[in-house]
Design a protein around this ligand. Structure first.
Ligand SMILES: *[C@@H]1O[C@H](CO)[C@@H](O)[C@H](O)[C@H]1NC(C)=O
Ligand SMILES: *[C@@H]1O[C@H](CO)[C@@H](O)[C@H](O)[C@H]1NC(C)=O
Ligand SMILES: *[C@@H]1O[C@H](CO)[C@@H](O)[C@H](O)[C@H]1NC(C)=O
Ligand SMILES: *[C@@H]1O[C@H](CO)[C@@H](O)[C@H](O)[C@H]1NC(C)=O
Ligand SMILES: *[C@@H]1O[C@H](CO)[C@@H](O)[C@H](O)[C@H]1NC(C)=O
Length: 313
């Protein structure tokens, strides 16, 4: 592919990313209604929610409502402390933050009958951290998802083929029933997992185990039919694929007590070819728009232009 080709690819990426954020109509044509929670799980399972996307809850006003609630309230169907409450259908709720979001209907009995939706919202794939956008154009990292800010203390990651990272789950505490129900979420929150990285689960063998499971099994703490299970510690699990990965302890009650870890794995942004061309924006899981991604695309174009000029001289 010649230089013109590169430029066309990048301009296309720019145009593609400039599409609007997605609107998701909850349960599609059925709308926000009383039905099995599995229906909501299945609906959400194949979707990649990102910051900026909008959930649309269709329902007849005064027959349902939508409350965003905490995980605890979601699990117990408690309506006491809602984060927000929408009384009129259709309700449009913009997903402004990453992480898990929980929605229930507060009408008596509706949530416990299954009218509840839990989703996981990822960062806008093309958004970059401030440190990322500060990377000068001479390192044309074409994937606009550099490692997160906490790594800025480390040497620059412009070195292709960097050694994958090992992450010890919950650090020195190890894989255990956590003191806080959000301990694993907090531990994972500032980490940028990439394909090739390794999770290390430290635990006393026969007191815990580690199963990789589906999102549905993670949510319901079901240890039947795990994707994989490791019973001996320390368990090292290589992250071989992008996307969300879910881990639970299958010992009775452990997962329900919070021994569960959900992480999102990105492609290895360091595995760039010397020309920096291989993982161009559009090959990422879900290119999206944002002011930042537009800035990044422009940056990429600028970087390519400077490479081109270097070649021409
Ligand atoms: C989402 O809905 C808004 C408001 O109706 C609309 O302007 C926008 O184009 C929709 N976006 C997509 C991607 O459909
Ligand atoms: C919600 O509030 C009601 C009334 O104050 C109380 O009886 C109930 O125990 C509370 N439920 C939860 C789950 O906190
Ligand atoms: C998300 O942000 C928009 C725009 O700032 C705001 O209007 C909306 O209320 C926010 N939504 C939620 C659920 O916080
Ligand atoms: C990760 O662990 C493996 C196996 O123990 C080791 O070979 C490798 O050097 C470690 N990588 C880092 C970055 O610590
Ligand atoms: C990841 O790939 C390695 C090497 O191909 C393999 O040994 C390992 O079982 C894989 N891990 C998972 C979790 O699939």
């Amino acid at each position: 592919m010649g230089l013109i080709g590169f430029v066309i690819v990048f301009v296309s990426a720019f145009v593609y990313e400039a599409t609007a954020a997605d609107n998701y109509t909850v349960l599609d044509g059925r709308g926000w209604t009383i039905t099995s929670q599995d229906d909501y799980r299945n609906w959400a399972a194949n979707k990649d929610f990102e910051v900026g996307d909008v959930l649309i809850f269709n329902f007849p006003t005064q027959q349902h409502d939508v409350a965003e609630v905490t995980k605890e309230a979601f699990d117990s169907c408690s309506v006491n402390n809602t984060i927000s409450l929408h009384l009129n259908g259709p309700a449009r709720i913009r997903l402004n933050t990453t992480g898990n979001h929980y929605f229930i209907c507060t009408f008596n009995g509706h949530c416990s009958a299954g009218q509840k939706l839990a989703i996981s919202v990822k960062p806008d794939e093309d958004a970059v951290s401030p440190s990322g956008s500060a990377v000068p154009p001479q390192t044309p990292r074409s994937s606009p998802s550099p490692r997160s800010t906490p790594r800025s203390a480390q040497p620059p990651t412009s070195n292709p083929g960097e050694t994958p990272d090992n992450y010890t789950v919950l650090d020195s505490q190890g894989w255990r029933i956590p003191s806080s129900p959000i301990a694993y979420r907090n531990w994972a929150a500032d980490k940028d997992f990439e394909v090739g990285d390794m999770l290390i689960f430290n635990f006393p063998t026969q007191q815990h185990d580690v199963a990789e499971v589906t999102k549905a099994a993670y949510d319901s703490c079901s240890g039947t039919n795990p994707i994989s299970i490791q019973r001996n510690a320390p368990a090292s699990i290589r992250l071989n694929s992008t996307g969300d990965h879910y881990f639970i302890c299958t010992f009775n009650g452990h997962c329900a007590a919070g021994q569960k870890l959900a992480i999102s794995v990105k492609s290895n942004v360091d595995a760039v070819s010397p020309t920096g061309v291989t993982p161009a924006g559009p090959s990422g899981p879900t290119p999206r728009n944002s002011a930042q991604s537009i800035a990044v695309s422009s940056l990429s174009i600028a970087a390519l232009m400077s490479i081109a000029l270097a070649f021409l001289h």
